[in-house]
Design a binder for this molecule. Structure first.
Ligand code: NDP
Length: 327
């Protein structure tokens, strides 16, 4: 077969999402999941998916065209991406924005030496949102770019709530401020403060005997996390938390508003509304894996970002068909 053979490295939320997404792409074939854990302890969504120890990858350079790295950005990818790029073409979703230049340099050195292709920081932010920020700036050099996130579940802020004594469980949603979005859409080009751009909504389950008013005060005054925002706190039951807040929704907007000549306002808007952040991110990773495998087959080497990958390579359709159908 000439299907592209894919390996998944790391099986968490993204790993699971990639496994599902490969099933929707008939030109791709899943070789298996590679985990640092005991393979017998990793339960995949599809029982037929083979699970291997990460160390087994070494012998499989000829059996895999591209790896999709699904580890965490904090401590997994800074180690795994350069290490594996020495031998395999791969993609990752590294999302620590401030460290992308450093990550790129380490991965580029490994991929260039190894003769592989490594597309880093795919996904939606970084990823699709980055592309839309770039389009906005390049097309409307006179103007402002706005990124709004949400409505979305923030893992970091939910963790901060759970660490408060008296809190038994909690989730936090980031919401784009409707008023701010309206001003941007209207072409006002406003300077927005942190407080004006996003709101925070918390759903909290209290431990028995905990004082709701004291906990609300602790939350809304928490420096960095909640103090700089308009924060709403709802107290709910453990049953409601489990029933209504188990998903991982996210999304947001990239808006560029600028003038092409004095008084002539042009606005570009790109929106994502995601029921599942990890499943969507995985779908993006899979499309970039296809592009990475094609680039490697055509002799490209080194690290790339979504800025460097031609969009036609993301599609399973040949260029000729894309010209006829989508241009
Ligand atoms: P997870 O925490 O679910 O998984 C990360 C790794 O942890 C896995 O690869 C897995 O490695 C290990 N792991 C998972 N479950 C368990 C478990 N039960 N016990 C022990 N280890 C486990 O992270 P996500 O998949 O949710 O996200 C990964 C990264 O994706 C995030 O850090 C984020 O930076 C990035 N991301 C990027 C986005 C973008 O738009 N660019 C959007 C969303 C996320 P192993 O199998 O080897 O143990």
């Amino acid at each position: 077969t000439d299907r592209i053979r894919v390996g998944i490295v790391g099986y968490g939320n993204l790993g699971r999402g990639v496994e599902t997404s490969i099933g929707l792409n008939p030109d791709l074939e899943l070789v298996g999941v590679f985990s640092r854990r005991d393979p017998l302890s990793v339960e995949t969504a599809r029982p037929e998916t083979p699970v291997f120890a990460l160390s087994e990858l070494d012998g499989l350079t000829d059996a895999i065209d591209v790896l999709i790295l699904c580890g965490g950005s904090r401590s997994d990818l800074p180690v795994q991406t350069p290490e594996l790029a020495a031998k395999f073409t791969l993609v990752d979703s590294f999302d620590t924005h401030a460290k992308i230049p450093e990550h790129f340099a380490a991965v580029d050195a490994a991929a260039s030496a190894g003769g592989t292709v490594a597309v880093i920081s795919t996904g939606w932010d970084p990823g699709l949102f980055s592309l839309n920020r770039l389009f906005g700036e390049a097309i409307l050099p006179q103007g402002n770019t706005y990124t709004f996130w949400g409505r979305g579940l923030s893992q970091g802020h939910s963790d901060a709530l759970r660490r408060i004594p008296g809190v038994a469980g909690a989730v936090q949603y980031t919401l784009p401020s409707e008023r701010a979005i309206e001003r941007v859409r209207a072409g006002e080009n406003p300077e927005l403060t942190t407080r004006e751009q996003h709101d925070r909504e918390c759903f909290v389950v209290l431990e028995e005997g905990a004082d709701p008013e004291a906990i609300r005060e602790t939350i809304v005054t928490m420096p960095d996390y909640f103090e700089p925002y308009n924060t709403t706190v709802h107290f709910i039951s453990a049953e409601e938390l489990a029933r209504d807040h188990a998903g991982m929704p996210h999304g947001g907007f990239v808006i560029r508003s600028g003038e092409s000549s004095p008084g002539v306002t042009q606005t570009i808007e790109y929106r994502l509304a995601l029921d599942s952040n990890p499943e969507f991110t995985s779908s993006v990773l899979v499309a970039y894996a296809r592009a990475a495998a094609r680039l490697a087959a055509s002799g490209t080497t080194g690290a790339l970002t979504p800025f460097d990958v031609a969009p036609g390579l993301l599609s399973p359709k040949p260029a000729e068909q894309l010209r006829a159908e989508l241009l």
